[in-house]
Ligand binder design. Sequence first.
Ligand SMILES: Cc1ncc(COP(=O)(O)O)c(C=O)c1O
Length: 409
Amino acid sequence: MTFDVGRVRALYPALADGYAYLDGAAGTQVPGSVVEAVAGAYRDGIGNVGGAFPASGRAERIVAECRRAVADLVGGEPDGVVLGPNMTTLTYRLAAALAAGWGPGDEVVVSRLDHDANVRPWLQAAARVGAVVRWAEVDLATGELPAGQYDGLVTERTRLVAVSAASNVLGTRPDVAAICATAHAAGALTYVDGVHAAAHGPVDAAALGADFYATSAYKWSGPHVGAVVADPALLERLRPDKLASSPDRVPERFEQGTSPFADFAGVVAAVDHLAALDPDAAGTRRQRLLASMAAAEAYELELFGVLLGGLEAMGHVTTYGKASSLPGGGRGRRTATAYFTVAGRTPRQVAEHLAARKVNVWNGHNYAWELTGALAIRDAGSAVRAGLVHYNHRGEVDRLLEGVAELGG
Ligand SMILES: Cc1ncc(COP(=O)(O)O)c(C=O)c1O
C-alpha cells in the first residue's frame, strides 16, 4: 500500500498548529477520535466501578475494553493486562512484587542501552534483597546491544533479565527474542520495555519471549496511561502490596486506587486508530493492527532514510547509533529515531534554534541515563533527539535538515 500520510495527519487536530512534531518519542499527539472518546466518557456520565447503577457499569465496560485493546496491540490476553499511570510506576510495582521472591546471591541482568525506568527499579529491588546485578554492555561504536553476551551474563542464579525492545534515543532494536531465549533456558523471567518499540511497528510479545511486556499509550497516540502485559497465570503467582479492601483478582491486584476511566476510553480509541492506519487492512483488530503497524513502520523507515542521510552528510553533525534502518539493510533493527550533536552548539541551543523554526525536538539524556554516561556525552547536555512517527511527513524532515544546516560553518 501507499501510506497516505495526508489522510493520517488530517485526523490529528494538534498538527494544524504548523509545528513539526519530531518529539513523538517523548509523547505523541492524539487523533480527534481519542479526544472524543475521553470527552464522550465524561459526557455520558461515568461512575466508579462496582456500583449498582448504569454509569458504574459503563466504567466497568471501558476497563474491559481497554484491556482487550492493549492485549490486541501487543498480542496478549486481556486478563494479563495490568493498567496504571505509566510504565515507570508499574515497573516499580512489578519489581517489588518479583523481588519478594529473590534472596542474597540471586542475580538480575539489566542493560546499558535501556531507559532508566527499566534499570533503576531492578537495581534498587536487587539491592534491598542482596541480589547481584549484571550489566549487558552496548557496543558504543554502533549503538547495538550484542545478544551473544547474554550467554555469559545469564546463570542458573539469574531470576530476571530486563531489556528494551528499542532504545528511546538511538532507536536500536536488540535481538530480544534471542536474549529472552537465553534467559528462559536458565529458568529466568524476562521484562521487556516496549515503551519506545510499540509505537513503531507490530508487536508480538509472545514471539519475543517477553514474560512481561511494558508499554505506554501516550507514545502511540493515546492518553497518559501505562500497561504491563503478562500471562495471567504468572501474575497469579505474585503478591504485590495492596489494600485489604481492594480486589485480589488478577490483574486488578496490581492496580492501585481508582483508575482514569475516561483515559482508558481514549486508549481504546488510540488502538482502533492504529488498527486503521492501513485502511485496506482486514480481519480481526489484532490482524489489522499487525498490518497497519507494518505499513507505518515501512513508511517511517523510508522517511528516516532521508532524515538520517541528511544529518550524516553534514560535516558539523555527529550522529549516534549505527544500527541499520533502511529497507534491505536489516530493517527492524532500528526505529526511526535520530540522536545527534552539532559542533560548537549545546544540544539545548540546537533545540532552541529549531524551535524558533517551528521544529520540536528533544535535547538531553531523555532518561537513557546509563547510555549517555557510557557515551560520555551526558555531562555536556547529551544530544538532540529527532524521531519520526506515522504522522510526520517529508516537509517536516526537510525543515529539520535546513535548520540544522544553518548551524554549520
Ligand atoms: C523506552 C522507554 N522506556 C520507559 C519509559 C518510561 O515510560 P513512562 O513515561 O510511561 O513511565 C520511556 C519514556 O520516555 C521510554 O521511552
